[in-house]
Design a protein around this ligand. Sequence first.
Ligand code: BTN
Length: 241
Amino acid sequence: MEGVCVGIFSEPVIVEEVSSTQDWVKKSDFPQFKPFIAKRQTKGRGRRGKRWFSPPGGGLYLSFKLPKEFFVEGRELSRLSLVFGLSVSQAVDTYTLSKIKWPNDVYIGEKKVAGILIETNSTDLVVGIGVNLNMDGFPPELKEGATSIYLATQNRVDFYEFTTLLLNYLSENILRFRSEGFKPFVPAINRKLLWKGKRVVVDQRECGRLLGINEKGLAVIKTCFGALKTFPYGDISLRRG
Ligand code: BTN
């Protein structure tokens, strides 16, 4: 990928091993719009303080930084995060059908194949994306809920091919979001929304049917008592009811 710039992104930096790609990109002297990719992370992190399984040769561990003012709607993390999720899902679809689990995950069947972590500092959004490409197994605690493209298709994924595809989708969608806002993405995201029309439980307290996402990127749920409720992006967990 050396010398390759994709859309808004400059040439990626690819390293063998880091603690977490997020920490490198967060540094003030790391350039914006530059993908930082590691082949392995020793302290990969996920949302809600969880670790992100990051063995060598198995996955894509990617971070990049975007200036907050690049987006009119940039502070609306719920929308932007869905745009990133759609991009990952579109790249995974090249190999096998995937779904978006609101607000931040990508699934193949009922198992998670990719996750997105968005962190911020005073000037930037620091976006971290982890995709399970070629893992042929997971530790016992993850086994039930995680999969890789390889496990789902029995075909190995070319790391550079996938990375180029993903950067292309991200660039295209980020530019579209910037110029047209979130509205044009709503139908595509709703078509790909995991558990749409199904019973779900939000944060182990509210049950109902997931109707979809709205133009604000909020999840719309018809509760078991018949009320329509929207749920904001945040540390919310959605489970199958
Ligand atoms: C989640 O689903 O919990 C989010 C996972 C995000 C993982 C990626 S891998 C690249 C970047 N570096 C990290 O330490 N985390 C993110």
